[in-house]
Design a protein around this ligand. Structure first.
Ligand SMILES: *Cc1c(COP(=O)(O)O)cnc(C)c1O
Length: 356
């Protein structure tokens, strides 16, 4: 597996100053104006370290999730939390079960610590199959299970009953890591309830719906015992001060978040209608991106390449059943219109290539 090639690097490779940036599931709608104002005010005090305990932000999050401050840890994004989870719970040779094709960053951390991923097969949409996960745990003796929900790159979503059944089917000494990077795009009553279960770690981020990927800030919800382990391992001043202040302000702007979620839903509908116009299939998504079926794996790879030549950055899922799909992040209305135009052109070129 190759790590993600950044859009900045891709732009350099094709000799363009920038790309239509629809490949990393960043928000096209920016942070809340309140978060921007708070961060702008905070920049002057960049000379100060941030609160290493992030108490203001953790208190606000504790209120939101009806848990204790001791049940939350702040980190520089879920990607950092993944490293902490692997360091805390995986030794050399240990297995971690994940569904084939899911968000791969955890696997790099597992590799780095000599642990390994053990795959459960996905369903026909690329989503989780709880029985397959339980089987893989039994087969491998894994003590950690990773589930991204909603999932990236499939966009599938498992409801709270499915996740509760999965949790109950797993042995109590198996930790369930629920990566909820896209939870903000799903209504709260469909998500698992805010109850701290000592056998489960949930992670959230300000990178997606909140539009703050560049600030690098996210958090985990877990038992006080588990959080205490992360507190020991994490970098004491790893979360920058401005990001903490911005995240706190972002939490207070619910109207902005609701607006983003509604516009993203419109964007998903547009992409799916675009696919249909070209005779292609785009499955439903619970996230800020849509997968579009191009054809074979080679055709989908060609599509990513041709779109890049046309100045469009998208990515594609790496594993079946979605390896013949491309994954497109919802952009602004103008970005969506630009994408629709270049998508048609790219599709013609890919179909010519195959025909010729
Ligand atoms: C984007 C993404 C992340 C990374 O989140 P950060 O908080 O920016 O590190 C983690 N998990 C999934 C499933 C993602 O799509």
């Amino acid at each position: 597996m190759t790590p993600f090639v950044a859009p900045e690097e891709l732009a350099r490779r094709v000799g363009r100053p920038s790309l239509l940036r629809l490949g990393a599931n960043e928000s096209a709608f920016g942070p809340s104006p309140r978060a921007i104002a708070a961060m702008r005010d905070a920049v002057g005090l960049t000379s100060w370290y941030g609160d290493p305990e992030s108490i203001a932000l953790r208190s606000a999050l504790a209120q939101r999730h009806r848990c204790a401050v001791e049940e939350i840890v702040i980190a520089s994004g879920i990607d950092e939390l993944m490293g902490l989870i692997v360091r805390a719970f995986c030794g050399p040779g240990d297995a971690c079960v994940a569904t084939r094709g899911t968000y791969p960053t955890l696997f790099y951390h597992l590799n780095a610590y000599g642990a390994r991923a053990e795959f459960a097969e996905p369903d026909a949409s690329g989503g989780i199959v709880p029985e397959a996960i339980v089987d893989a745990v039994r087969r491998s003796g894994a003590k950690l299970v990773y589930v991204a929900n909603p999932d990236n790159p499939s966009g599938t979503f498992a409801d709270r009953a499915t996740l509760a059944a999965l949790r109950e089917a797993l042995p109590d000494d198996v930790l369930l890591f629920l990566d909820e990077a896209y939870a903000d795009f799903v209504s709260r009553d469909e998500l698992p309830p805010d109850v701290i279960d000592p056998r489960t770690i949930r992670t959230r981020t300000f990178s997606k719906a909140y539009g703050m990927a560049g600030a690098r800030i996210g958090y985990a919800l877990a038992s006080a015992e588990t959080i205490a382990v992360f507190q020991k391992l994490r970098l004491h001043f790893g979360v920058n001060r401005t990001a903490q202040i911005g995240a706190l302000a972002a939490l207070e702007d619910d109207a902005f978040l609701r607006g983003v979620v509604a516009e993203v839903a419109r964007g998903r509908d547009e992409y799916r209608a675009l696919a249909v116009r070209h005779g292609l299939f785009a499955p439903p998504s619970a996230t800020n991106f849509v997968c579009i079926g191009i054809g074979t794996r080679d055709q989908a790879e060609a599509m990513v390449g041709v779109l890049l030549e046309l100045g469009v950055f998208v990515r594609k899922p790496w594993a079946p059943p979605l390896d013949g799909f491309i994954r497109v992040t919802v952009g602004t209305p103008a970005e969506r219109a630009a994408f629709a135009e270049r998508f048609g052109e790219a599709l013609d070129r890919v179909r010519e290539k195959v025909a010729g």
